[in-house]
Design a protein around this ligand. Structure first.
Ligand SMILES: Cc1cc2nc3c(=O)[nH]c(=O)nc-3n(C[C@H](O)[C@H](O)[C@H](O)COP(=O)(O)O)c2cc1C
Length: 169
């Protein structure tokens, strides 16, 4: 799949077969996360892979919009290291770029994935921090839920000329 095809056809997948994905595919997705740009090239991101059913159940208890996680089987929590980048806005931007790269990588592998937001919801940040034993300088930004997809929505075209401005508003 070329990059334009991937960008155009990616959708959030919330139905999964529950089948395992290979270590190789998991690594490919993580590698895509590392390849994202970051402000000042500081790369303030860390990735926590969760597959353990008990940990997954703990996450689902506090994250009501991540109910697909147990069936997907895999969550990758993208966290920012505030000692590497002290501007929080950049930490969030950098982690978000990694998340989007991983969504596209999963799609390119014909897997399903959905971005589950964490930051800036206080209870989600606390939930992740407690369940994953995150140190104080690590902020959980978002979770990529990934697995073998069981169908999914069709591609949509969101291009909108009316939202494009030239040389100013
Ligand atoms: C910051 C952010 C947080 C999101 N959080 C969730 C979430 O918690 N659960 C979920 O099912 N989808 C979540 N999504 C996915 C959006 O609902 C989805 O991207 C949007 O509906 C557009 O659909 P598409 O991804 O299929 O194009 C999130 C997306 C973003 C960018």
């Amino acid at each position: 799949m070329n990059v334009f095809e991937a960008i155009d056809s990616r959708r959030s997948i919330r139905d999964f077969t529950g089948e395992a994905i290979s270590e190789q595919n998991l690594k490919t997705i993580l590698k895509a996360g590392f390849q994202a740009p970051s402000a000042h090239n500081l790369e303030p991101r860390e990735f926590i892979v969760v597959k353990d059913k008990k940990i997954i159940e703990e996450i689902v208890k506090f994250h009501k919009y991540a109910k697909m996680l147990p069936q997907a089987g895999y969550g990758i929590i993208v966290c920012g290291d505030t000692t590497k980048q002290d501007v929080l806005g950049f930490v969030i931007s950098d982690c978000s770029a990694s998340i989007q790269n991983m969504l596209l990588a999963a799609h390119g592998l014909d897997l399903g994935a959905v971005w589950c937001g964490v930051y800036p919801r206080e209870h989600l940040i606390k939930g992740m921090t407690d369940v994953l034993n995150l140190p104080e300088h690590i902020v959980p930004v978002g979770m990529v839920v990934v697995g073998v997809k069981d169908g999914g929505p069709a591609a949509i075209d969101r291009y909108d000329e009316s939202k494009i401005h030239y040389e100013g508003w």
